[in-house]
Design a protein around this ligand. Structure first.
Ligand code: COA
Length: 174
């Protein structure tokens, strides 16, 4: 698969089309590091939660679109949370299996970081990929995050995984 033209990777606010993307990424392989596949009801609830996050201003969820392929290829977003006593943004991403390895997540992460930075709301953006999730850890490094260290991270609720705590300072120059 050729590298994507990063100029054609766009992130667009979460909308009705996002439900189809959530259904397509709901596979054992895609959700290996995040608790496994979800039920139809959980997917619907996730879709509604993403719409609500945008409506409430608590964060921004996006569909990743690749113009050259003509459609949605993944998800990305950031949302507010408290981490070790600090109000921060947390981020996460997914790219459809057939579109991986083309630089799409890295380009989408750069766009999401620019969006979070422009808000001037929180100083830090964190990502908490499982220590075993090598591609997701690679994205953190490529996107300019610094590795704080390992931590026990609760996701999904009630389940703890060994994660890396990556942090990016949104107030420093890009
Ligand atoms: C993580 C994910 C979004 C990456 O998407 P992508 O579009 O393939 O990412 P990119 O092409 O921009 O970059 C992938 C990087 O991972 C690296 N990578 C892939 N597999 C790897 C492995 N096994 N070991 C180390 N690095 C690996 C690639 O080399 C590439 O880095 P490079 O450009 O420096 O070579 C995608 O793998 C995914 O959707 N995974 C399942 C969902 C998930 O786990 N999301 C994260 C939850 S925290």
């Amino acid at each position: 698969m050729p590298a994507a033209d990063v100029r054609q990777v766009r992130i667009v606010p979460w909308a009705a089309e996002g439900l189809d993307v959530l259904q397509r990424i709901n596979t054992p392989q895609m959700r290996k590091h995040v608790g496994g596949p979800e039920t139809d009801d959980q997917i619907l609830a996730r879709h509604q939660k993403y719409l609500d996050i945008n409506a409430s201003g608590r964060g921004h969820m996006f569909i990743i679109v690749l113009d050259q392929d003509g459609g949605a290829v993944g998800t990305i977003g950031y949302w507010g949370r408290v981490w070790q006593g600090e109000h921060v943004y947390e981020t996460g991403w997914n790219v459809l299996p057939e579109c991986q390895g083309r630089g799409i997540a890295a380009a989408a992460a750069a766009a999401a970081i620019a969006s979070a930075r422009s808000e001037r709301k929180h100083r830090h953006l964190h990502a908490f990929p499982s220590v075993e999730n090598l591609p997701s850890n690679a994205i953190c490094g490529k996107a300019g995050f610094s590795l704080v260290g390992e931590c026990d991270f609760e996701y999904p609720p009630g389940r703890f995984m060994r994660s890396n705590d990556w942090r990016l300072d949104l107030t420093s120059a890009s």
